[in-house]
Design a protein around this ligand. Structure first.
Ligand code: C5P
Length: 236
């Protein structure tokens, strides 16, 4: 922004279930405010792709920990690199949708990604989307948002996205993948999908992404102003 000038990074977290509009809204809000955008789902997807291609099952083990500690994983703007290879265009498929939550539930996978995610919070700031951004990765975030929407609408969004890319998937299949990811993401023991304490909850059912983005940007500006005044008051 165009105004977001604190030395300390201004961190905004956007959590929510699959298809709630997180990525679209987080990306637009970051662009409008000049902050960096972090799509953490991309990292979990890249790991799921890599491990499944190596025929490593989603089961916790010492062997898995070793593999993950040696794995080279990099984020360069919108691009995710695994062992130096750009996999960005291979991770948003129905096949990865079906398995990613199983890998994301493993403690060693989550541990592997923790520092990498936190390192992205540099000044002027970051808009990060995921499932545990406000609860685990950035518990002291300046602003926490939780997006949700009716499950049929979320499935319809995923169905339209996949169809636009030419991936054959029925509406029923899209719904069943969304529901099964909701279940796995919400029930896992480590960093489950929850509404983080202090989060603003926005229901995006029937609301166009532009409107949700406007509301998020409004909340960001309001929070930024308030925090800057608090910082000044501390100095005085
Ligand atoms: O957001 P996206 O749909 O790309 O996320 C893919 C999957 O990655 C989620 O269903 C979830 O299992 C996992 N994930 C997670 N924690 C995050 C981001 C994504 O567990 N912060």
């Amino acid at each position: 922004m165009n105004g977001f000038r604190r030395k300390k990074a201004f961190v905004v977290t956007i959590d929510g279930p699959a298809g709630s509009g997180k990525s679209t809204v987080a990306k637009r809000a970051a662009l409008e405010t000049g902050l960096r955008y972090l799509d953490t789902g991309k990292l979990y997807r890249a790991i799921a792709l890599y491990l499944s291609r190596q025929s490593i099952p989603p089961v916790e083990s010492e062997n898995l920990k070793g593999i993950l500690s040696r794995l080279s994983l990099k984020l360069e703007d919108d691009v995710v690199l695994v062992c130096g290879q750009d996999v960005t265009n291979e991770i948003h498929t129905p096949a990865i949708d079906s398995i990613v939550s199983l890998y994301a539930a493993l403690p060693s996978v989550r541990e592997r990604l923790l520092d990498l995610q936190r390192m992205q919070a540099e000044a002027p700031g970051l808009v990060a989307d995921g499932r545990d951004m406000g609860s685990v990765v950035f518990p002291d975030a300046d602003l926490k948002i939780y997006l949700t929407a009716d499950s049929r609408e979320r499935a319809r969004r995923r169905y339209l996205e996949q169809s636009a890319k030419g991936d054959e998937i029925s509406m029923e299949k899209a719904l069943s993948i969304v529901l099964s990811r909701d279940e796995t993401d919400s029930r896992r023991t480590i960093a489950p999908l929850v509404i983080p304490e202090g989060a603003v909850v926005l229901d995006t059912t029937g609301v166009p992404p532009e409107e949700v983005t406007d509301e998020v940007v409004r909340l960001m500006k309001e929070t930024y102003r308030r925090k800057s005044e608090e910082d000044l008051a501390d100095v005085r």
